[in-house]
Every structure is written in C-alpha cells, then in structure tokens.
Write a protein that binds this ligand. Structure first.
Ligand code: ADP
Length: 544
C-alpha cells in the first residue's frame, strides 16, 4: 500500500488553536485597552470564556452553520467570538463598522445573521438599523455601556455567567465554514468571502513562518488593523496558535494611545495600514517614546511609501515590512523582506515591492490578450493567484464570477513578477479608491453625483494623498445651463454616502474622455491629473 499511511484526514480546524490556548499556551496574555485602563486575561481564561460563549450562543438558538455577526473593535471579547462561533460549528461574520448604513443592511440580510455581538461603544452606529435586519433575533451587548434602543438585548457578561464551564465541541470537517467577511472592493453590492477552518489554519500557520511574519511565542502582537477587516490579517489566529500575547487597542487608534500601548506593553509585532503609521511617525518624531520593543511592523492594504519605511528605520530603528493581500486571499499573499545579501538601493527596491509570494500561494501575470507573461520583473499584466487560502468564489453571489477563472482569482491589480517571486504592483484594473485602508466605490460616487440635476457626467478617480494613501477626486461635467457649487455637490453626497467618501476636491471639466467603446477613460484623467492639467476646485467654488 503506497498511500493512506499518514493521518491525512486529521482535520485542520480552529478547535486545535483553541485547545492550544487552553492548554500549552494558557499562560499567553490578552491585554485590552479600555476606558478604565488595561484589562488582562490569560489565554486559558479566554478559552474558558470561549466555551461559555459557545454554550450561550446555543442558548440563543444558534446551530451549526448559522451566522453569528460581530460589530466591534479589536478587544478580548471579540477574540472570544472569533473562536466561539467557528468552534461550535457556526460562522463568524465580522461586520465592518465603517460601512454606510445601506451596505450594512444589505450585508446582514444577505448573510442572514441570527445574532449580532455589539461593542457597547458602537450601539449608536447600529441601533437605527436594527429594525431593518430581517433575520437577527438577538443583540448581545459587550461592555458596560448603554444598549440604546436595540431590541432583544442580551448582556454578554450575563450570558457567559449563566453557562456551566466546559462545552462539548463538535468534531468538525476541516472544510466547514469558519468565518465570513464582506469586501466592497468590487463594483455592485459587497461580496462575501467565506473562509473555512482549513484555510484559516493554513493561513495562520504560514503567517508564523520566518519569511512571512515569523510570529512566535516571544511575540506580543498588536493588531491595529481591525478584526472586521480581513481577519485582522490573520493575526488573531496566528498569535494564539503560536502562543504569542495579544495587545488589543479597542477604539483607541490615535497615535498617542497607540504609542503608549506599544511602549508600555512592549509590543514586538504590530500591523496597520500606512495611514496609521504616518500619524504615528509624526507623533514619535515630536514625543520621545520608547518603541524599541518593536521587532517588526507589518504594513499593507495600500502601497507603503518608501519614505515612510525609511523614516521609521533611520529615525526610530523600526522596521516596517510591506505586505500585499486581499479579503479574498485571507488576506496575506506576499511579504516584502529583502534578500539578506542586498543592501542600499537594491535592498530598498525589494522592500518597496508588494512582497514575495508566501509558500503555497501561486501566481501568474496575464496580459490583456490573455497571455501568461514571463517572471522577468518587467512584463506587466493582471496578477492572478491561487492557493489553499484563496477564495474560489463569492458567497451566494454570482454577479462577479468573472473574477474567478480556471481556478485562479483575478486580483484586479496590475503587476510584474520577478524570478524570485517578488510582486511589483504598477496599477489597478479595478475601479475603486482606497482611503485609509478602506474602499470607496468610484462607481457609486459617480452614480450619486450624476443624480444631481446640474450634473451631466461625473468620473471619480483616486488622487494620491500622503495621509490617506488615496482620496477621491470628482471630475464633473455640468449640464447645459446647470449650476452647482462644490458645497452643493458635497451636501448632495452627504445625504447619500458615508461622510469619509465625500471627495474633498472636484474638477469641473468640459467632457469626460471616453474609450473607443464609449466607457469613461479614467487613464486619461489620471494622466491629466499627474501632468497638472486638471484645475482643482475646493470648497466654496461655484461653476455654471
Ligand atoms: P486588505 O486591505 O485587507 O489587504 P482588501 O480586500 O480591502 O484587503 O484590499 C485588497 C487590495 O488592496 C489589493 O487588491 C490591492 O489593490 C490593495 N493593496 C493591498 N496591499 C497592497 C500593497 N502592499 N500595495 C499596493 N496595493 C495593495
């Protein structure tokens, strides 16, 4: 017999991670910043509370396969939900607290969430929507704050308290769904990515390898990246798996509390989008803070400016490492460590790439003509990836099936690959704007702008921005005889989209350039912007 002699059917499930938290990693610590100082718990205690939450969710009628949503910052309670829902066979659905109400309503109803665990500091952001959630039976409020007008409220601590210790966890198949995360990085409605136990464990395990983030028992990990955004880049699985401590910032994401948290809690590994590190750089430049405990900072979600990496390294001896990924890729796909033998410009060239492909992630570059391009570091095309933690399709939504073909995910990023497997992103094929690590749909903004009576055409493009990576710039063509000020347009949008989506700058143009098939040709607009040919109108400007 030449096969079947290994325990290949041993399931890769998050239950294994939970048992390590309970037992051999039980001394690991979870620290959460709260209004009243720091809350501390050992992993063993967290695991015990996970059991109680499983029992509590069962009490609320949650069955295997049901969706359990969270609406929360990065906290110990959120971590408990991260393990309770999947380990009882349900699916953890992390809701992005920054979404516009209509998107949230769509997502909760599409996922058919049964229960939502809400951080009490976020009640006001969700209570008005509650009546529109069609399948939600209970709101479980975490923290001491008021539950507002939420219906069918259960207090988290009371729910846990009335359960007996221990929970008979089901033995799950590794392909069972574990978590669900929606991305609005495509056109149309947000799309759900349904992670399995297997994909989550393999992703966490590979995250712990040295050429990725090298998470180990020695680490104290600070996920600034939200747990509702692509699983906090997998850190909330990798740290408990390795036995690394976790330091949770909750809603205190400003530079001052973050710097203090890093210094006082001796954080060794932190992850956040470039906007956070830019703010932190300004802060630590001005305030003497001891960040020497940091061995590495992982940064991604948008291109990381080389100047930011160099400034941290030169002035504060902190190494920022760029990573690339998507919600659809769990999210880590590549990490930019330079080869050890490189130095100077060559070293920085590697560090400025989107990174080197992680083990088990395969990639190819495909030209517009559908041809596979060589890994020569120069030929560009759409980056396509496949691997054991990459989505095969979206959850219950076939409207974007063209993003997946013959087993590959089309990333919408235009890139070149070099022979060593480093990805250099040169452009983006998808029509979106990434501001502070979150998506803004240019298509939605255009639709809303064109709904204004004075506007005949609107094309929204990304404008590079030092603080936010990108901000939307609206290029507007006014209708004959129409008149509108920038303030009018901003007010109009204010009623229709999230506040942070509203463009700060507008350009009034005579016509939107079109491609041969009549589509808006944003390449031309981007070029005009780069060449300084677009006249930008700020607030107060009136054009007719
Ligand atoms: P996340 O922000 O968690 O990585 P999203 O799914 O929201 O995941 O966004 C993924 C997209 O963000 C990528 O397809 C790419 O366009 C952009 N992105 C992510 N990381 C980088 C990077 N290091 N450089 C450039 N763009 C990036």
């Amino acid at each position: 017999m030449l096969e079947g002699l290994m325990q290949d059917d041993h399931p890769l499930t998050l239950g294994h991670v939970l048992e390590r938290m309970r037992g051999m990693n039980g001394d690991g610590e979870v620290v959460t910043l709260t209004d009243d100082g720091l809350r501390r718990a050992r992993y063993a205690e967290v695991a015990e509370r996970v059991d109680r939450l499983c029992a509590g969710l069962r009490e609320l009628g949650i069955e295997e396969g049901d969706r359990v949503a969270t609406f929360s910052w990065n906290t110990q309670d959120h971590l408990e939900a991260y393990f309770a829902a999947p380990c009882m066979g349900a699916v953890l659905h992390t809701l992005n607290i920054r979404l516009f109400p209509e998107q949230l309503e769509y997502i909760v109803n599409h996922a058919e969430d049964k229960v939502i665990l809400v951080d009490s500091s976020l009640v006001s952001a969700i209570e008005e929507l509650a009546p529109r959630f069609e399948t939600v039976r209970n709101f479980v409020v975490m923290g001491d704050g008021d539950a507002g007008s939420l219906p069918n409220v259960v207090r988290y601590e009371e729910l846990l308290e009335r359960q007996s210790p221990g929970f008979a966890h089901p033995r799950l198949d590794e392909r069972t769904a574990a978590a669900l995360c929606y991305t609005s990085g495509t056109t149309g409605n947000p799309k759900g990515v349904l992670y399995s136990h297997r994909s989550s464990v393999l992703h966490a395990l590979t995250t712990c390898t040295a050429d990725a983030l090298g998470v180990s028992r020695e680490d104290r990990v600070l996920p600034v990246v939200p747990m509702f955004h692509a699983n906090a880049w997998g850190l909330a699985h990798a740290a408990p798996l390795a036995g690394a401590d976790m330091v949770m910032p909750s809603r205190f994401l400003q530079p001052e509390p973050l710097a203090r948290l890093i210094a006082e809690e001796r954080v060794t590994l932190a992850g956040a989008v470039p906007t956070i590190w830019l703010d932190l750089l300004r802060h630590v430049d001005e305030h003497d803070t001891d960040l020497s405990s940091l061995r590495m900072v992982v940064c991604g979600g948008a291109a990381v400016p080389r100047s930011l990496m160099e400034a941290f390294e030169d002035r504060h001896a902190i190494r920022i490492v760029q990573a690339w990924g998507m919600t659809e890729t769990s999210p880590l796909g590549s990490v930019a460590h330079a080869p050890a033998e490189t130095e100077g410009e060559e070293h920085w060239d590697y560090r400025s790439t989107a990174g080197r492909l992680m083990p088990l992630v395969e990639a190819r570059i495909v030209s517009d003509e559908g041809e596979e391009m060589p890994w020569d570091g120069e030929s560009t095309g759409e980056l396509e990836v496949r691997g054991p933690w990459i989505a095969r399709t979206y959850y219950e939504d076939s409207t974007a099936d063209d993003k997946f073909h013959d087993g590959w995910l089309r990333t919408g990023d235009v890139a070149a690959l070099d022979a060593k497997g480093y990805i250099r992103i040169t452009d983006r094929a998808k029509d979106v704007i990434k501001s502070g690590g979150e998506w803004i749909s240019s298509v939605d903004l255009e639709g809303e702008l064109m709904a204004h009576e004075a506007v005949s055409e609107a094309a929204v493009i990304a404008r590079p921005d030092e603080r936010w990576s990108e901000r939307p710039l609206a290029c507007v063509v006014l209708a004959e005889g129409g008149s509108a000020s920038v303030d009018d347009l901003r007010e109009h949008l204010g009623e229709r989209v999230a506040k942070w989506w509203i463009p700060s700058e507008f350009a009034f143009i005579d016509e939107v350039p079109k491609t041969s098939v009549g589509k808006f040709d944003k390449k031309v607009l981007r070029q005009r912007l780069e060449d300084g040919e677009l006249e930008l109108a700020g607030e107060g400007a009136v054009v007719s």
